[in-house]
Write a protein that binds this ligand. Structure first.
Ligand code: ADP
Length: 195
């Protein structure tokens, strides 16, 4: 299996690039942000809890997200592989993911990290907020809060995978096509090793 984590701060292009990657490589896309927004829109108790955090730009508690992710993995037991987008976002989530995958006799192949300067992130998110209807893209204060959460809680996830040689930075501030090409170069080299 090819199990990728698409890593990077809010606005780095994980969602956009994930779509392109799944089309080309036939992986299953798991975006915890999308799953949470879906729970909110159908009004489940999980969604109602998550919304309190998301609208402030804070991370949703680990137990909520990990439980949700485990349920989703059970729905897709036979896959060529997964691309995780927006997960894991804390050290506890990365430990839980490693365990869930090892129970399935698999593991993370590589973490690909989209590198984008902070000013560009804020610009992109404010732009997206004009049309996305996402409450967490609505103003700069919430966007900055998300970036602070990223630095405080999510960056340790990078260290976790870097220690085992599974972390790779990819330049993410070019065009969508340029970034996709850089990602494909990385993924193709992983596929070549697997084959
Ligand atoms: P972005 O990467 O642009 O912030 P996402 O759609 O991935 O967008 O996430 C939106 C929000 O959903 C996050 O700010 C956070 O509140 C919540 N969220 C998504 N994934 C997680 C996660 N793995 N752990 C905790 N909270 C999460």
């Amino acid at each position: 299996m090819l199990n990728l984590i698409l890593f990077g701060p809010p606005g780095s292009g994980k969602g956009t690039q994930s779509q392109l990657v799944i089309e080309k490589y036939g992986l299953i896309h798991i975006s915890t942000g999308e799953l949470l927004r879906n729970e909110i829109s159908i009004g489940t108790p999980l969604g109602q809890e998550a919304e309190q955090f998301i609208q402030k730009g804070q991370l949703v508690p680990d137990e909520v997200v990990i439980g949700m992710l485990s349920t989703v993995l059970e729905k897709h037991p036979r896959s060529k592989g997964y691309i995780f987008d927006g997960f894991p976002r804390t050290a506890a989530q990365s430990e839980a993911l490693d365990k869930l995958l090892s129970l399935r006799k698999t593991a993370i192949t590589k973490v690909l990290s989209l590198e984008v300067p902070e000013d560009e992130l804020v610009r992109r998110l404010l732009e997206r907020g004009k049309t996305s209807g996402r409450v967490d893209d609505a103003n700069e204060e919430i966007i900055r809060a998300r970036i602070v959460e990223y630095h405080n809680k999510t960056v340790p996830v990078a260290d976790h995978y870097a220690r085992v040689g599974k972390f790779k930075k990819v330049k993410g501030d070019g065009t969508i096509e340029e970034t996709f090409e850089l990602l494909c170069n990385e993924i193709d080299s992983l596929v070549a090793v697997e084959a």
